[in-house]
Design a protein around this ligand. Sequence first.
Ligand code: NAD
Ligand code: DAU
Length: 371
Amino acid sequence: MIFVTGGAGFIGSNFILDWAAQRREPVLNIDALTYAGNAENLAAIAAAKDDGTYRFEQVDICDEAAVSALFATHRPRAILHFAAESHVDRSILGPAEFVRTNINGTFNLLQCALAYWKSLDADEAAAFRFLHVSTDEVYGSLGPDDAPFSETTPYAPNSPYSASKAASDHLVRAYFHTYGLPVLTTNCSNNYGPFQFPEKLIPLTITNALEGEPLPIYGDGKNVRDWLFVGDHCSAIALVLEKGRPGEVYNVGGMNERTNLEVVHTLCATLDALRPKPSGKYADQITYVKDRPGHDRRYAIDATKLTTELGWKPAENFETGMDRTVRWYLDNQPWVAHVKDGSYRHWIERQYADRGGADDATVEVLEGHPT
Ligand code: NAD
Ligand code: DAU
């Protein structure tokens, strides 16, 4: 069996659904079900898999006794570590939880995995893997003409989120060099697709557009991200698990650099085609708001190592992935309604209150703005 931490979140749930569709190897999902964890993402598999190939344990990754007990009971051949506090804006308003989960939680998992790994026989120990899912944000911010991030780019995190992920990456690396624990690390660019919590740019834009709400653009909207469809990230992780060399880092990226304005305009145009408004265009809802502090200007990933050494290739390009994503949100309105409950609305009020909303005189409302 494999362990997946954070399997009720956006990428973890996509990973488990893809894994279960392709193989019979059992998965144990370890998730604390924070605001970002949603058991509903896995409802289909939980109902269909009554043969024990999917199990869920509501456990905090910082809980040493509970995590150790899971290792002892289930004896996994690998742990895939997705669980994290993952939203940059939340890390600015409340960094403590990021330090706790991303640093202390990863440390606890490494300690538990190490103790378990030492108890394995030689063949099992050689086959065991600890795969740590990380982010391109640890590398900091690129200028317009800089080369994309490679696995050897020096770390330069700029937000409490990326600093906490950087710290976790360093711990993972140290457990390989110091103790020989067979670890793998992946650093991926921005994901999008089904089941993404609507506080991140793409689902926020789609759901706000449909509700007639403002579409907030931080700063000038020209920050660049390298967008990757979530299914392609999941296929990369599965490949690294099978073929990656212990101790190595693999960058995962979409080769789809877009400004935030380009992304939002693409979403608006797709919605105009699929669900036209009675009057006007969705882009009329675009609203400029105060910038994110420490906002990284550009991310871009060089995934050459993954493509050449392991043969990974993304299945979606930006246009097909965005189309799939918009259609998924249109077809899954009950999921959106359940996710946008009281706690989420409270976050949105806090997050955008001092940025200037659509009614604020300081806000420039887009009309014919160049993309
Ligand atoms: P997410 O916020 O959607 O999900 C995180 C999951 O972790 C949730 O199910 C949550 O309940 C769980 N969790 C949080 N704290 C926990 C704790 N203490 N114990 C147990 N479970 C806990 O995140 P995501 O977008 O799916 O990201 C998954 C991983 O991928 C993260 O490590 C993130 O840093 C990394 N990553 C994300 C992206 C992206 O674009 N979303 C890109 C690159 C890397
Ligand atoms: O690069 C990988 C990272 O991508 C992951 O490690 C993080 O977990 C994930 O959340 C994501 O981080 P970003 O900060 O890039 O994602 P977010 O969707 O929050 O923002 C994307 C861009 O859009 C960013 O430049 C900020 C901007 N933005 C975001 C929001 C929520 C806006 O302009 N308006 C908004 O309302």
